[in-house]
Design a protein. Structure first.
Length: 117
């Protein structure tokens, strides 16, 4: 079986992110770990991720984070506004996001990423 290369937007303080990373490690994946809080994705990278996930921007947002309200965002904010907010405040990005084989999946639950392999 070929080793699959995956990239994970990872937050080591998040239990779902840690569980997803462990699941990928257990499957023998070659993993690039991007700690997105320290290495924030650009707006273009977020738009690309949304396209691969086939999700509107709101579905990749952590709407319960205080920064969501503090930035004046609402569930009715347009995608461009939400993408800009995620790029400026990466804490607002739902995690983890895993990329492999030209596809992406949100690791909620962690097993959701197994379809990429």
């Amino acid at each position: 079986m070929a080793v699959t290369h995956v990239t994970i937007w990872h937050n080591p303080r998040c239990s779902k992110s840690r569980q997803t990373l462990a699941l990928l490690q257990d499957r023998g994946c070659d993993i690039t770990e991007r700690r997105y809080l320290d290495d924030a994705p650009t707006e273009a990278e977020i738009r690309d991720a949304l396209a691969l996930l086939d999700l509107p921007a709101l579905k990749l947002m952590r709407t319960k984070e205080p920064e969501f309200k503090a930035r004046g965002l609402t569930k009715d904010s347009d995608d461009a506004t939400l993408v800009a907010a995620m790029a400026a405040t990466p804490k607002l990005i739902e995690r983890p996001v895993v990329f492999a084989n030209g596809k992406a999946a949100l690791g909620r639950p962690p097993e959701a990423v197994l379809d990429l392999l």
